[in-house]
Design a protein around this ligand. Structure first.
Ligand code: SF4
Length: 352
């Protein structure tokens, strides 16, 4: 079951699944009851390009803040709830757009029915979120912490909702092990047509966390699996959004925004290419044009190696050249290279 063939669900204004664009989500790290701090973090996430934001709702105090938060921001919001069905009902009442809850953990069939019918009445989908760390004992005994156990666990929760006549569902089955995560999602995509929310859980601090998430989420996206993604990092959640967007760009799923390619440098490099490429990246970070920009270390090979790029620069001795589709445009002193490339792109793209 590839992405395009899944069911489509709607969290507020955001469509997830089917032919909808793959969305990027993150989760606030603030205390939800601290309304100002939470709204400020939601704003920062929106600015970074986040499509949907999740908030932890661990208790009554957090639940009481939800109406005010919902009223004061525009992005679709997800309430993350463990165990307490009353908190789920409060989030639905507050106008939240999606609930993350595992129906098998909320007590009785009656409670599942109550949550399902409140969601149905308000067009609120439910994400079932299974993690390797919280698998049921009998599944662990039978299958170990394996992809099969994750999928079976998710399907138990799915069946509970389906029995309550509810199928506005999205599923995640995250493991902290990349290979297990990938195998589990591949298996799940064969078992169901509900949209899948991808992520590698507890992936760590930014360096390894982004590598693990890129390997896991990236592999699945390239298999055509996954309708929405969250990169989990032990970091400011804004970094999760940036990494998520970068994964979508690197896998070719999101085409807007500049794709920067740069050479690894070698003994032929005579300019500060690392500094120059960082400067180019910074200057172009808010540009939405779907262009490829090359930052190359030497004039001899750079323009040729990067002739597929729309624009580029290549370093010489104390100066460099700008090029467009492999053709030299002009020479520029080294210290002006990044800015001159930015100006060239702006001029040319405005003129087109
Ligand atoms: S473009 Fe030039 S400097 Fe960069 S790796 Fe290739 S040969 Fe080396």
């Amino acid at each position: 079951m590839t992405r395009e063939n899944t069911k489509t669900i709607k969290a507020g204004t955001l469509s997830i699944g089917g032919v909808s664009p793959v969305s990027v989500q993150s989760m606030c790290s603030t205390k939800t009851e601290d309304i100002d701090a939470t709204l400020a973090q939601i704003e920062a996430l929106i600015r970074a390009g986040c499509d949907i934001v999740r908030l932890a709702v661990p208790n009554e105090k957090a639940a009481k803040a939800l109406p005010e938060i919902r009223k004061n921001c525009k992005i679709p919001l997800v309430a993350d709830i463990h165990f307490d069905y009353k908190l789920a009902l409060a989030a639905i009442d507050a106008g939240f757009d999606k609930i993350r809850i595992n129906p098998g953990n909320i007590g009785s069939e009656e409670r599942v029915r109550l949550v399902a019918s409140a969601c149905r009445a308000n067009n609120v989908p439910i994400r079932i979120g299974v993690n390797s760390g919280s698998l049921e004992k009998d599944l662990l005994e039978k299958y170990g912490p394996s992809p099969r156990a994750l999928c079976e666990s998710a399907m138990r929760h799915v069946r509970l909702l389906e029995d309550a006549n509810f199928d506005d569902i999205c599923i995640s089955i995250k493991s902290s092990d990349v290979a297990n995560t990938v195998a589990a999602y591949r298996m799940m995509s064969e078992m169901t047509n509900y949209p899948l929310h991808l992520g590698v859980t507890e992936s760590g601090t930014p360096y390894m966390g982004i590598i693990k998430s890129s390997a896991g989420i990236g592999s699945l996206l390239m298999d055509g699996i996954g309708s929405t993604i969250r990169v989990s990092l032990t970091a400011d959640p804004v970094e999760e959004v940036k990494a998520g967007i970068a994964i979508l760009k690197a896998t070719g799923i999101r085409k807007d925004g500049v794709n920067i390619i740069s050479c690894p440098t070698c003994g032929r490099t005579n300019i500060d290419l690392i500094g120059t490429s960082l400067k180019v990246e910074e200057l172009l970070k808010d540009i939405k044009l779907p262009i490829t920009v090359a930052v190359m270390g030497c004039i001899v090979n750079g323009p040729g190696e990067a002739k597929h790029a729309d624009y580029g620069l290549a370093g010489g001795e104390g100066e460099g050249i700008l090029f467009k589709k492999g053709q030299i445009v002009r020479k520029v002193p080294e210290e002006r290279l990044a800015e001159a490339l930015f100006e060239l792109i702006m001029q040319e793209e405005k003129g087109d």
